[in-house]
Design a binder for this molecule. Structure first.
Ligand code: CUA
Length: 381
């Protein structure tokens, strides 16, 4: 049976189009600088050292299998005037033993460095030079807790709740010293997330009611982009973060800087607006970097470069939009959640709008009030 030329052409064109799109999408992936093939720390290097040789083994096998398939398809294709099927091979013992043992041997060889690397990466670093950090995933942002005293091992788990001396809380951006092993303890406040900084380490699930650990270390200063790598709801794609690696003296200066009280006292108009008028303090803390609440701690927000799960740059224009109508910038299930407790059956994940869907009794945020709040947040440098 012969096929029309147009049909054969479309059979060749389709794979070419798919391959072209794959290359294009690959280029998109590179623009956000999350590149698991460009390790910038020991853990990512170990993964790369395992991945690259196995990739070459896989390429050789792939080429052999695909090549053999093409050769067979051409050599044994149905030709005009010949019977329907070529000669059939069935019950060829030597062949069957061969194609069972050879792949099993290849997998056994690949398993040796794979299992060794898994054990190696699972080992938690110990000693006084290890920095212990707690990372908490929530829909849809990351909180980081750093020890109050730089490089002094913590005797016990970080103290949660109101405290003047507890761990230093920040969100979206984790600063670490270069060349130091950072033991990151991972917890989720709600659903399963996954902590992934491709240039520094592999993915690690972030579970509710369970603590997982991942070790990250940056060999050089730099900003490494991370993301939640487990689908976790509406704004999963906006659950990003950054790891900023700095020389030790710069990192200590940063930590000392953000450990203190806000640059401008939290009193007067800003306190009135954020507590009584708009009740921002139901979820956020403005004046104490050691206090945990439901949403990101906003003390020293102005020192960060991004907010809203690392999706938006910290600047006046973005923050003005955000404090007035956050759900227009990131998808959130927070309609009618201004008044606590929320109405029955209403899901309140994320920040509510202060200008739309305002519940009865709640004030619509004016541009003037938004400006007062944003100016206060930005002064925190
Ligand atoms: Cu958190 Cu996806």
């Amino acid at each position: 049976m012969t096929q029309p030329k147009s049909r054969i052409a479309s059979r060749i064109t389709a794979p070419l189009v798919v391959a072209g799109l794959a290359v294009l999408l690959g280029a998109c992936g590179n623009s956000n600088r999350q590149n698991s093939l460009d390790p910038k720390g020991p853990a990512a290097e170990k993964i790369d050292n395992l991945f690259i040789p196995i990739l070459f083994v896989a390429i050789v096998i792939g080429v052999l299998v695909i090549g053999a398939t093409v050769v067979m398809a051409i050599k044994f294709r149905q030709r005009g005037g010949q019977p329907g099927n070529p000669k059939q091979i069935h019950g060829h013992t030597a062949l069957e033993i061969g194609w069972t043992i050879v792949p099993a041997l290849i997998l056994a060889v690949v398993a040796v460095p794979t299992v060794a690397t898994i054990w190696d990466l699972a080992e938690r670093p110990t000693g006084p030079d290890v920095l212990k950090v707690q990372a908490d995933g929530s829909q849809w942002w990351w909180q980081f807790e750093l020890p109050n005293q730089p490089m002094v091992p913590q005797a016990s788990a970080p103290v949660k709740g109101n405290s003047a001396t507890g761990p230093v809380l920040t969100s979206t951006e984790l600063h670490i010293p270069v060349g130091v092993k950072v033991d990151v303890a991972l917890n989720s406040e709600d659903v399963i997330h996954s902590f992934w900084v491709p240039e520094l380490a592999g993915k690690k699930d972030v579970m509710p009611a369970r603590t997982n650990h991942v070790t990250i270390e940056a060999s050089k200063p730099g900003t490494f982009l991370g993301a939640c790598a487990e689908y976790c709801g509406l704004s999963h794609a906006d659950m990003r973060f950054r790891v900023i690696a700095q020389p030790m003296n710069e990192w200590k200066a940063w930590l000392a800087d953000i450990s203190g009280p806000p640059a401008q006292p939290y009193t007067g108009a800003i306190q009135e607006l954020t507590t009584n008028t708009y009740q921002c303090t139901n979820c956020h803390v403005f004046d104490n970097v050691h206090t945990i609440n439901y949403g990101p701690n906003l003390t020293h927000l102005g020192t960060r470069s991004t907010f809203a799960g690392g999706t938006y740059e910290v600047n006046r224009k973005n923050l003005m939009r955000w404090v007035q109508d956050a759900p227009s910038m990131i998808a959130m299930q927070s309609t009618k959640c201004r008044i606590q407790p929320p109405p029955p059956g209403v899901i309140c994940t994320g920040m509510p709008s202060f200008t739309k869907n305002t519940p009865p009794g709640a004030k619509v945020m004016t541009t003037e009030d938004a400006a007062t709040i944003v100016d206060y947040l930005l002064k925190e440098k």
